[in-house]
Design a binder for this molecule. Structure first.
Ligand SMILES: Nc1nc2c(c(=O)[nH]1)N[C@H]1C(S)=C(S)[C@@H](COP(=O)(O)OP(=O)(O)OC[C@H]3O[C@@H](n4cnc5c(N)ncnc54)[C@H](O)[C@@H]3O)O[C@H]1N2
Ligand code: MOO
Length: 430
C-alpha cells in the first residue's frame, strides 16, 4: 500500500503550487505571448508545468512502473554483491590439472574455504566464487578423469592454449556499481529496465511524483459522444482518447465534461476542482461562440500564451487560473488539437511531473516539404528506410494522416529540401 510522504511542494489535496515569488509576481504582470514562437512556447509550457509541480509519495517498487522518480535511487550494496561465476564449469586455482572438491551451486552462501593451488570445484553460473580462485574453466573446455586421489580436471585439447586465462568468467563484486553509486536519477520515468536495475540494487520502495490530476472540458453545441453524427453535428474525437493519452503519460485523468457553447457554462466548467491541469477542446478561436479565452479570464485566470506560430494548431491557448491550475485550450479541429497537444501539452506534462522536457528528435525528409511561411508547419509523416515521407490526407480537420504517422515533422517557415534533416516530434503512441 503506498504511503504518503510529506511532499516537497504541497500535499495531494492542499494546493500543490509553490508560494508566490518575485518571479511569479513579475510573471503575473506580464502580458500574454501572442502568436508565440513554437520553440519558446514549448519552453514556457514546460516551465509553467514545473511551477505547479506535484507532491511526492513512496510506493512499492513493484507498483512504480511508469512513475516519475522524485528521489535518486542508489545502489544499496555492491553490484554484484559477490564475485560469482559467469559460466557453468569449474573454479580453479593455480595451474592444472586440478583435483576437484565438492560442487558449489547458486544459492550457496558463506563459502569460506580457500581453493589451494592445483585444486578446483565444480561451479554453477551465478554461484559464489571461492577465495583463491584464479579463473573459471567453462564446462565445454574441461575433461574430468577418475583417479585414486579423486576426480581430476584437465583442459580439453580443443580449448586452445593458455585456458583459462586469469579472471576468466568471473563476475567481480562491485564491477557494475559500488555501494552508494547512482543508479536511477530523479526526474526519470521508471521503465522496466530501470525498475530491474533498482531491484538489483536492493531497492524495495521508491519516492515518485504524485500523478497530477487532469480534467477535460469538451466544448461545442455540435459535439456528440457516440455513433454517426447527423449532418450538422460532429462526433467527439477528443473525449475517447485524450484521457487515455494523458494517463499513459503519467497523469490521472479525472473526468470529461461536455459543455455547450455558452460562456456561463464554460466558466462553470472551469470552476474550482482538485486538478492541476484542465484541458479544454474547441472554442479557442475568436468566433462569437468561442468562449475558452473569455472563460479563463472571467475565472480570474491569465493567458500565458495566446496562439503559437504553427500550422495547424495556431489558436492554442495556455493559461493559468486564479487558483494556480493550468489550462490548455486545444483548437477544436481534431488534428490541429492533437498537434497542439504534442507541441505544448507534452512539455507541460514533463514539467508537471518534474522531469526535463523530452528532446526533439529529427528525421531526414524523403521529399521537399513546403513550410508555412510564418512559424512552423507540423507535418505528419511515416518513416521507412531512414526517410520521412508526409502522409496523405492531412489537414486541421482530417485525422487519416495523423493516424498513420510515425512522426511529426517540424518544418521551418521556408520548408525543407529532400535529404534535409528536420526536427521531429515522435507522438508518444507511435
Ligand atoms: N476568423 C477566424 N476563424 C478561425 C480561425 C481564426 O484565426 N480566425 N482559426 C481557425 C483555426 S486555425 C482553427 S484550428 C479553428 C479553431 O477553432 P476552435 O478551437 O475555436 O474550435 P471550434 O470552433 O469549436 O471548432 C472548430 C472545428 O472543430 C470541430 N470540433 C470541435 N470540437 C470537436 C471535437 N471534440 N471532436 C471533433 N471535432 C470537433 C468543430 O465542429 C469545428 O468544425 O478555428 C478556425 N477559425
Ligand atoms: O489550428 Mo487550425 O487550422 O491551424 O486547424
Amino acid at each position: 500500500m503506498p504511503t504518503s510522504r510529506t511532499p516537497s511542494t504541497g500535499s495531494r489535496h492542499s494546493p500543490r503550487r509553490s508560494p508566490a515569488t518575485h518571479a511569479d509576481l513579475a510573471a503575473a504582470a506580464a502580458p500574454p505571448l501572442v502568436d508565440a514562437d513554437w520553440f519558446q512556447a514549448r519552453t514556457i509550457a514546460h516551465a509553467a508545468g514545473g511551477r505547479v509541480g506535484s507532491g511526492v509519495e513512496e510506493v512499492a517498487l513493484a507498483a512504480s512502473a511508469g512513475r516519475t522518480l522524485a528521489v535518486d535511487v542508489v545502489a544499496r550494496g555492491n553490484m554484484p554483491g559477490f564475485s560469482s561465476s559467469a559460466m557453468d564449469g569449474w573454479a580453479v586455482a593455480g595451474d592444472g590439472p586440478w583435483l576437484l572438491g565438492p560442487a558449489i551451486t547458486a544459492g550457496t552462501v558463506g563459502i569460506a574455504a580457500t581453493l589451494g593451488d592445483h585444486t578446483g570445484r565444480p561451479i554453477a553460473t551465478g554461484a559464489m566464487i571461492p577465495p583463491g580462485t584464479r579463473a573459471v574453466l567453462r564446462s565445454e573446455h574441461g575433461v574430468v578423469t577418475a583417479t585414486a586421489r579423486g576426480p581430476l580436471l584437465s583442459v580439453a585439447g580443443h580449448a586452445g592454449a593458455g585456458q583459462p586465462v586469469d579472471g576468466a568468467h568471473i563476475r567481480v563484486e562491485g564491477e557494475e556499481a559500488a555501494a552508494g553509486s547512482l543508479l536511477v536519477r530523479a526526474g526519470t520515468v521508471l521503465t522496466p529496465a530501470r525498475l530491474a536495475l533498482a531491484a538489483a540494487g536492493g531497492t524495495d520502495a521508491v519516492v515518485v511524483r504524485l500523478r497530477p490530476r487532469v480534467r477535460f472540458v469538451v466544448l461545442g453545441d455540435e459535439i456528440v459522444g457516440e455513433g454517426v453524427a447527423i449532418p450538422g453535428l460532429v462526433r467527439d474525437a477528443f473525449g475517447p482518447q485524450l484521457p487515455a493519452l494523458l494517463e499513459s503519460l503519467g497523469l490521472r485523468a479525472a473526468g470529461v465534461r461536455h459543455v455547450g457553447d455558452s460562456l456561463d457554462l464554460t466558466i462553470r466548467a472551469l470552476g474550482t476542482d482538485d486538478s492541476e491541469l484542465v484541458v479544454v477542446t474547441g472554442g479557442s478561436s475568436r468566433g462569437a461562440t468561442d468562449h475558452a479565452r473569455s472563460a479563463l479570464l472571467a475565472c480570474g485566470g491569465r493567458v500565458l500564451v495566446d496562439g503559437v506560430a504553427m500550422r495547424p494548431g495556431h489558436p492554442v491557448i495556455l493559461g493559468r487560473l486564479g487558483d494556480g491550475r493550468l489550462v490548455l485550450c486545444l483548437p477544436g479541429n481534431p488534428a490541429a488539437g492533437m498537434l497542439a497537444f504534442l507541441s505544448l501539452g507534452m512539455p507541460l506534462v514533463d514539467g508537471l511531473l518534474g522531469r526535463p522536457a523530452a528532446a526533439l528528435g529529427s528525421e531526414t525528409a524523403s521529399v521537399p516539404v513546403a513550410g508555412a511561411g510564418h512559424g512552423v508547419r507540423l507535418v505528419a509523416a511515416t518513416v521507412a528506410d531512414g526517410r520521412a515521407t508526409p502522409c496523405d490526407k492531412q489537414s486541421p480537420a482530417m485525422l487519416i494522416g495523423l493516424a498513420a504517422a510515425d512522426t511529426v515533422l517540424v518544418v521551418p517557415p521556408d520548408g525543407v529540401a529532400a535529404g534535409d534533416r528536420v526536427p521531429a516530434l515522435r507522438p508518444p503512441w507511435a
